[in-house]
Design a protein around this ligand. Structure first.
Ligand code: NAD
Length: 263
C-alpha cells in the first residue's frame, strides 16, 4: 500500500492537468451517508421517489420528495470537510489541481477551501433551492424555515412555480455548461483521480473513460470495487481520508526534496 501511495504522489508531482473526481464516498467521513453502502440512502428510501418525472407529476410526490430532502439536508447542513476534502484543497494551493469534478451536492469542497472556479458541481447543490419555472434562487435555510412552519411542497414567491433543491434528480437534465466543461477538462487531463464513487451514475461515470482514452493515468481510491476498476492504472480499496492524508504527505515531501535540489 505504501508503495502505491508514493506512486500516486509521484504522478501528482509530474502531471500537469490533474483532475480529482469525487462522489458520495468522499463525504461519508463527514457524516453524510452515500447512496449504495449498507445504511446508505437506498436502504431507507425507494429510488423512484427521487425521479424528476414523479416530482413534476403530483403534489403527493412533491410532498414526499420534500420530506426526504428535508431529512437528508440535516447531515449536509451540519457537515464539516474531512481530511480528504482538506487534502484536495491543499492540492489546489500547491498548484497541483486543474479542477475537481464532483457528483456531490454538499458543498464541502468549497467549504474546505477550493475556489469556485476549480469546482465543477455536476449534480448541483443542496445549499440552494430554485424555481423550476422562473429559476429564481433561494437560500435553502429560508425554504426549510417555511417547511418547518407547515408548507409541505413550497412554491415560488415570484411566479408560483414549483420549488426544488438545486440538485439534479434522476431523469432531470444535466446542467449543460458544467457537463460540457467537465467532459472537456477530462479529455485534456493527464492524471484523473477518482475518490469515493461507485462510478455507476451516468453521465458522470463516463468521465474517467474519456480521460483514460485521451491518455490520462487513472487512479481510483474507493472502499469497494467500482465499475471502472478494470481500466485503472492504480486502485486503492481504502478509506478516502487516511489515504489522501498519506498521499499529500508524500507529495509535500517530494516537493521539498525537489526544492532542496534546485537551491
Ligand atoms: P455511491 O453511493 O454510488 O458510491 C459511493 C462509493 O463510495 C461506494 O462505492 C463506497 O464503497 C465508497 N465509499 C463510501 N465511503 C467511503 C470512504 N470513506 N472512503 C472511500 N470510499 C468510500 O455514490 P456516487 O458514486 O457518488 O453516486 C451516487 C449519487 O449520489 C451521486 O449522483 C451524488 O450526487 C449523490 N449523493 C451525494 C451525496 C453528497 O453530496 N455527499 C450523498 C449521497 C448521494
Amino acid at each position: 500500500m505504501e508503495e502505491q501511495l508514493k506512486q500516486i504522489a509521484q504522478w501528482i508531482a509530474t502531471s500537469k492537468r490533474i483532475i480529482v473526481f469525487t462522489g458520495a464516498g468522499l463525504s461519508t467521513e463527514s457524516g453524510i451517508p452515500d447512496f449504495r453502502s449498507p445504511g446508505g440512502v437506498w436502504d431507507k428510501y425507494n429510488p423512484e421517489d427521487f425521479y424528476f418525472q414523479n416530482f413534476l407529476a403530483s403534489e403527493i410526490s412533491r410532498e414526499k420528495y420534500w420530506q426526504m430532502a428535508t431529512e437528508m439536508y440535516g447531515p449536509i447542513k451540519k457537515a464539516e470537510p474531512n481530511p480528504a476534502h482538506l487534502a484536495i484543497s491543499e492540492l489546489e494551493k500547491l498548484g497541483k489541481l486543474d479542477c475537481v469534478i464532483t457528483q456531490n451536492i454538499d458543498g464541502l469542497h468549497l467549504k474546505a477551501g477550493n475556489s469556485e472556479e476549480k469546482v465543477i458541481q455536476l449534480h448541483g447543490t443542496a445549499l440552494y433551492v430554485s424555481c423550476l419555472s422562473c429559476h429564481q434562487k433561494y437560500d435553502r435555510d429560508e425554504i426549510q424555515e417555511r417547511i418547518k412552519k407547515g408548507e409541505r411542497a413550497p412554491l415560488c414567491e415570484s411566479c408560483g412555480g414549483l420549488l426544488k433543491p438545486a440538485t439534479i434528480s434522476f431523469g432531470q437534465s444535466m446542467p449543460e455548461k458544467e457537463t460540457q466543461e467537465a467532459y472537456h477538462r477530462s479529455s485534456l487531463s493527464d492524471l484523473f483521480i477518482v475518490i469515493g464513487s461507485s462510478l455507476v451514475v451516468q453521465p458522470a461515470a463516463s468521465m474517467p473513460l474519456v480521460a483514460k482514452r485521451n491518455g490520462a493515468k487513472l487512479v481510483i481510491i474507493n472502499r469497494d470495487p467500482t465499475s471502472c476498476d478494470h481500466m485503472a492504472d492504480l486502485i486503492i480499496h481504502a478509506q478516502a481520508g487516511p489515504t489522501m492524508v498519506s498521499v499529500l504527505r508524500y507529495v509535500k515531501q517530494g516537493l521539498e526534496m525537489a526544492n532542496k535540489r534546485d537551491n
